[in-house]
Write a protein that binds this ligand. Structure first.
Ligand code: IMP
Length: 185
């Protein structure tokens, strides 16, 4: 589904970022990452399912070898509010001992999921753990955890597309759009 879908969908408000803007920003982030990790091995850890698209475009923008692994955690139920409860649904296949790990996220809202994930991954003996996220909401800026690479700081709206869902819908929208408040209020 592309941007034209947003206009015809009564549950969507407006396009926040086009596919071009997203991919362009990911390329800039990739250039930064490439510089920072020069001469080091790099393991990208994607958080399922939302980070699938971010991982695909970020990883392909890197002009170097990387490994990719995936984790699935649940922090959201079927609404728009964070439950605060984090559960591992799928763990990594990779041993993190001595590895440089970059967590690849789609969005940080309250930061609850990420704080938990960082503590969990740091306990596995990696050389380093950093975070790259495409989107960050205002509340997350007060987080103690430093987010090294941020695509866009966005207002406090519920967004969908480019991997992000509302009740498992809209993940395959190419752009990022805002959900109309009438859907969840
Ligand atoms: P946090 O723990 O509040 O930071 O929530 C992080 C997770 O909640 C993300 O990885 C998403 O899966 C989900 N999430 C938070 N905000 C949104 C949104 O606006 N749209 C879709 N999913 C969201």
């Amino acid at each position: 589904m592309d941007q034209t879908h947003v206009e015809g969908d009564l549950d969507l408000d407006q396009t926040l970022y086009t596919e071009e803007q997203i991919v362009g920003r990911l390329q800039e982030m990739a250039a930064e990452i490439q510089q920072d990790y020069e001469g080091k091995d790099l393991l990208l850890v994607g958080v399922l399912k939302g980070a699938v698209m971010v991982m695909a475009d970020l990883a392909r923008s890197l002009d170097r070898h990387v490994e990719m692994d995936w984790m699935a955690v649940s922090s959201y139920g079927s609404g728009t509010k964070s439950s605060g409860v984090v559960r591992i649904l799928k763990d990594l296949d990779t041993d993190l001992n001595g590895r440089h790990v970059l967590i690849v996220e789609d969005i940080i809202d309250t930061g609850l999921t990420l704080s938990w994930l960082i503590t969990n991954l740091r306990s596995r003996g990696p050389a380093s753990v950093e975070i790259a996220t495409l989107l960050r909401k205002p509340e997350a800026q007060q987080m103690e955890v430093e987010v090294k690479y941020v695509g866009f700081d966005i207002p406090n709206a519920f967004v969908v597309g480019y991997g992000l869902d509302y009740n498992e819908h809209y993940r395959n929208l190419r752009c990022i759009g805002t959900l109309s408040p009438h859907v969840y209020s």
